[in-house]
Structures are given as C-alpha cells and as structure tokens.
Design a protein around this ligand. Sequence first.
Ligand SMILES: *[C@@H]1O[C@H](CO)[C@@H](O)[C@H](O)[C@H]1NC(C)=O
Ligand SMILES: *[C@@H]1O[C@H](CO)[C@@H](O)[C@H](O)[C@H]1NC(C)=O
Ligand SMILES: *[C@@H]1O[C@H](CO)[C@@H](O)[C@H](O)[C@H]1NC(C)=O
Ligand SMILES: *[C@@H]1O[C@H](CO)[C@@H](O)[C@H](O)[C@H]1NC(C)=O
Ligand SMILES: *[C@@H]1O[C@H](CO)[C@@H](O)[C@H](O)[C@H]1NC(C)=O
Length: 381
Amino acid sequence: MVDVLVLLLLVASVIAYPFGGQTVLTHEQTTTIEPKIVIVAMFQPEQEAWTSKIDFIHNITVPGLCPSYPEVRCVEDYSICQFTTGEGEINAATSVAFLLSSPLFNFSNTYWLLSGIGGGDPTKVTTGSVTFAKYAIQVGLQFQIDSRELLNTHPDWPSGYFSYGTQNPWEYPDAVYGTEVFEVNEKLRDRALELAEQNSDYLNVGDEDNNKLRSFYEFPANQPPKILACDVTTSDNYFTGSVLADYYLNLTSIMTNGTANYCSSAQEENASLEAFIRMAKVGKVNFERIVIMRTISNFVKSPDHLNMDPIDFFLNFPKGTIQHALDNLYIGGIPFVNDVVNNWEDIYKSGELFKPDNYIGDILGSLGGKPDFGKDSYHIS
Ligand SMILES: *[C@@H]1O[C@H](CO)[C@@H](O)[C@H](O)[C@H]1NC(C)=O
Ligand SMILES: *[C@@H]1O[C@H](CO)[C@@H](O)[C@H](O)[C@H]1NC(C)=O
Ligand SMILES: *[C@@H]1O[C@H](CO)[C@@H](O)[C@H](O)[C@H]1NC(C)=O
Ligand SMILES: *[C@@H]1O[C@H](CO)[C@@H](O)[C@H](O)[C@H]1NC(C)=O
Ligand SMILES: *[C@@H]1O[C@H](CO)[C@@H](O)[C@H](O)[C@H]1NC(C)=O
C-alpha cells in the first residue's frame, strides 16, 4: 500500500515538474529513499561547497521547500543527499519541516550534518575555523528597546535587550517559547570533530586580507584556523559590534547555566532543530543523529584597539573573502560523511556506539529526560 502510494507520488512529481531538470527517480523505484546522511546548507554558496565536490546525480523536487532551492539532490545510490533550507529562521524551519514530512523519504535512520558558515566571536575563534556545536541557543526571542532611550534612566544596561519575564538583562528568562536552547549528541559531535582533525593540515587559511584582518585581533583570533568544539547562536537579527557580541556571549552562558561555550552566530540552527524535535517526537527522525558544524566566515566585532567606526568596519574594511570558510565546510565535514557511509553496517546503522550520554533535546524536555540547563518550570508563552 505504501509502495503504491509512493510510486504514484513519484510519477506525480515527474509529471508536475517536466522541465525541472532531469528527474531522476526512475519508475522502477518503488521504495522510499533512505539516505545514510543528509548535508544541510542554508544558501547557495554553502550548497556549492558540497555540490562542486560530490557527484549528486539525482534531483528530487519536494513540495514545500524554499522556492530558490526546490530540490534535494542525492548521489547515485542515494546514500548521501544534500538540501538547502534558505536563510533565516522562517525558511529553515519551514523547509526542514516539509522535507521531514515528505513521503518520498524515510529518514528514520538518517544522520544529519548541518553545514553552514557563521560569524565568529574573536575571543573564541578565528575565521576559517571549523566548529562543532553541542548547544544551539536562540538569542533573538527577547524584549528589545532602542538603547538610546535608556541613556538617562538605565545607563548600566549593556544593550536594549532583556529576556521575557525579566526586568533586566542579567536574569534567566522566566517565560520561554520552547526553542531557546537545543542540545545535540555530544558523543557524535566528538566523533565528527575527531575525524575532521585528520584534515587540520588541509584547512584553507584564506587570502592575504583574511590573514591581515586576523593580525589586528588578539588571541585566538590572530591564529590560523583550526577545528574545535564550541556552540552556535540563532537569531534572524544579523548583529555586529561589541555591545551585542558581548551581551550575547553573556546571554548564552545564562541560558545554559554556564555550560555552553558560544563561539559562532548564525540565523538558522534553532529553527531547523525545532522541526527536527517535532518530527523526532513522532519517530520520523532520530534526534541522536544530528551534527552541527559552522565554519567561521567573519568576525562579529571589530578589533578592540582599532577604535574604528563600527559601520565602516562592517561595510568597508578589507576583510578578504569568505571562500576559506566555504572550502573548510567540505574539508571539515567530509571525513564524517565518509565515515557514516563506509562504516554504515558496522557502526552507524544501529548507532549503538554513539548513543548520547548527555541530555539531548530542547529547553522543555520535549523528547524526554531533563535538560542540564534551564529552570524546573516556566511561563510558557
Ligand atoms: C539538478 O538541478 C540543478 C539545478 O538546480 C541542475 O544544475 C542540474 O543539472 C540538475 N541535475 C540533474 C541530474 O538534472
Ligand atoms: C523506515 O525505515 C526503517 C528502517 O529501514 C523501517 O524500520 C521503517 O519501517 C521504515 N518506515 C516506513 C514508514 O516505511
Ligand atoms: C537554538 O538551539 C540552541 C542549542 O540547541 C539553544 O541553546 C538555543 O536556545 C536555541 N534557540 C532557539 C531560538 O531556539
Ligand atoms: C557579562 O557578564 C560579566 C560577568 O557577569 C559582566 O561583568 C559584564 O558586564 C557582562 N557584560 C555584558 C555586556 O552584559
Ligand atoms: C539555571 O539557572 C537558573 C537561574 O539562575 C536557575 O533557576 C536554574 O535552577 C538553573 N538550572 C540548573 C539546571 O541548574
């Protein structure tokens, strides 16, 4: 019954998109696609980092994906697939939700490599570095007032942001929406990181301007790129500058009770992870099998001692290209992808070896267990 339905859907997708590139699903293919690993990008350059290196010969159009990125692509035997969410939280959540609900695929055993570039905090990383996160922290869900209005009444506030249910920016939020903090499988993260370290010597260190920019900062931002474990924030707000960078550094620590080590900022992880959580709850996807990798494409604030106009720094300062960060997505991520495919039967299919020891899930314990951060109860907004 399921097979017949899927066959009909496949035929329907061929008919519906007769000119959308060769569709690739043959009519003989009557079973669902069960990728061993899916590489998730957020926009075209991140997608190309993989499609330029791996021979994806199948294009599968999936209804509900981002209009700019309507297809999932897969290698010949469908073991590796790649898809692109579109940027920002809304695109990420919607695209992942539709992909995970597509009847064309069975993702129940699939591994996921979220693979994107991000802004780096210069007190933690440098550009070109490859980072693997355990926590994703949504920092955009807050009250905000333009800080210029606080100059007289609240001169000590670090910025115009403060958390829901609080009266100042130093408190743990009292009300949450449930997507504020996600924690993924630390053992699997460590495996991906160890494998990536095999490629440490091959990281692209960047162009002349990338190198020069690093030299204006202090340690560790003045070092060559490396591979390391540290965490990522999500906000639709693409922030820059010391005030917000420092505020978010503190907020990530507050939100995770001091356990997160934030180093990169991006616009999607929490949104994608929320879709994963919901589908994990109904067994469509395994939340233990997600790896979050961000390579650092830029710094979130200007070098302290340069004392320059932050807008001029953001817009005009010669910072070099982001190509090294894009190249390092593949260089840092391919060892894990190969490991999953090559050791599928022995290790990854059952997943026993990398069963998490840490809590995994969201801030509310939606998948069971109790987070090692957060409060016993919240006002759920
Ligand atoms: C898949 O689609 C891309 C554009 O989205 C196109 O460049 C490529 O040739 C297509 N591949 C196949 C096998 O049709
Ligand atoms: C998905 O694949 C798994 C593992 O191969 C299998 O146990 C499960 O029955 C499949 N689910 C569906 C809905 O076909
Ligand atoms: C995003 O996920 C991270 C880690 O999983 C979590 O710490 C953060 O609170 C999440 N943020 C949002 C907005 O969901
Ligand atoms: C961050 O936290 C430290 C230590 O609690 C505090 O001294 C500093 O003022 C805070 N900075 C911001 C921007 O909130
Ligand atoms: C985290 O910090 C908050 C605010 O200080 C506190 O209420 C909560 O109990 C802490 N959670 C854990 C797990 O320690």
